[in-house]
Design a protein around this ligand. Structure first.
Ligand SMILES: [Zn+2]
Ligand SMILES: [Zn+2]
Length: 376
């Protein structure tokens, strides 16, 4: 069928995205054709379209990105059992369902994860303009199109969980950024009432982490960012303290220890900034946990004082997708939203899909946290 999609081509100094006419085929046996309602933009879309082809994962262009989305099932391949035509669905990451980690209910560490999610597969989409086959099935889904062929494992049925049509757009980003921040606090750090939680970087992932820390009853929740507007929003969403890194003569450890003299028991890094990561490790309380949920620059290496690690019992870890199973995380976040505990409506900004360049610019300048492109 004939459709339109945002196609990423070889980057110059920045990602090169354009809305193009694309032809796509019918679903393979394990695929679902989805008419996309809305697509969230996540930093990984930008990161993986900023890397020249070839390195480091075998990145190739042209490709259709998008790994947060929602829509309505139009057709299913012959092996598909999870959903049927007409179902409303949210989209999340791909897993193979057959490797050891998938069998152990850890699909976010699937043996095929990097290949299938970060690269996707070539075809069957063809760009109208030059007849080139696109790379698609990014995270099993490539949600940046009017229609997309999605892997069955990337589809989660929400028919029956929605109270209005509009919620299909609002919930579109639940399958990556929001579940990542939520799960990092709930599943990985296992935050509780006694914790002093520091969230570094108040983008959509950081805000989801913050809201979850509040839900978990954490006594002190510190939001760190360089944009005052984000820190104000963080306070509105439950931060008990804020740290602005952009003030003159900023001293990271002093700022943390002025709030909690022993340091933070949990620090979540959504920035990927090496200097902040090293300060964060030093600002942990004994037995504290530092959880990485953002990618630092590819050549960055964390240099660790191992003595400081074993004499303090600190833990450094990371996670993919907050160690979330979308089938559990998505209904949980929807319920919290209904209970007024996870107000993602305050974080989402809608754009017509044609206006994606504006969405990117406003994400970049910090004025928008979670842009959502609408295809209707
Ligand atoms: Zn697997
Ligand atoms: Zn993402």
């Amino acid at each position: 069928m004939h459709t339109r999609a945002i196609v990423a081509r070889e980057p110059t100094t920045h990602p090169t995205w354009s809305l193009e006419e694309v032809d796509i085929g019918s679903p393979a046996d394990d695929e679902v054709l989805v008419k996309i309602t809305a697509s969230g933009i996540c930093h990984t879309d930008i990161l993986l379209s900023s890397i020249p082809s070839g390195s480091p994962l075998g990145i190739a262009y042209p490709k259709i990105l998008g790994h947060e989305g929602s829509g309505i099932v139009q057709a299913t391949g012959k092996n598909v059992t999870r959903v049927a035509v007409g179902d409303q669905v949210l989209l999340s990451y791909y897993s193979c369902s057959s490797c050891a980690q998938c069998h152990a209910s850890n699909p976010m560490y699937c043996a095929q994860f990097n290949l299938e999610n970060y690269l996707g597969r070539k075809g069957p989409g063809v760009c109208k303009e030059d007849g080139e086959e696109t790379w698609a099935r990014f995270f099993g889904q490539s949600s940046f199109g009017e229609y997309s062929l999605v892997a069955e494992t990337s589809v989660f049925k929400v028919t029956g969980l929605l109270q209005s049509e509009d919620e299909l757009s609002l919930f579109a980003p639940l399958g990556c950024g929001f579940q990542t921040g939520m799960g990092a606090v709930k599943n990985v750090a296992r935050a509780g009432p006694g914790d002093v939680v520091l969230v570094m970087g108040m983008g959509a992932v950081g805000m989801a982490a913050l809201m979850t820390a509040k839900i978990q009853g954490c006594k002190t929740i510190i939001a760190l960012d360089r944009f005052p507007s984000r820190l104000r929003l963080a306070e509105d969403l439950g931060a008990t303290h804020t740290i602005n890194t952009a003030v003159p003569d900023f001293e990271f450890q002093k700022a943390v220890r002025d709030i909690s003299v022993n340091g933070a028991s949990i620090i979540l890094d959504t920035t990927g900034v090496g200097k902040l990561i090293e300060e964060a490790f030093r600002s942990l309380a004994p037995l504290g946990k530092l959880v990485h949920i953002a990618s630092p620059p590819p050549n960055y290496r964390f240099s660790l004082d191992v003595s400081a690690l074993f004499t303090t019992g600190k833990t450094i870890t990371g996670c993919i997708e907050g160690n979330c199973l979308p089938s559990e995380a998505i209904p949980q976040m929807i319920q919290w939203y209904r209970d007024g505990l996870f107000p993602i409506n305050k974080l989402v900004t809608y754009y017509p899909a044609t206006d994606f360049a504006n969405a990117l610019a406003q994400m970049h300048d910090g004025s928008v946290l979670k842009p959502v492109l609408r295809w209707d």
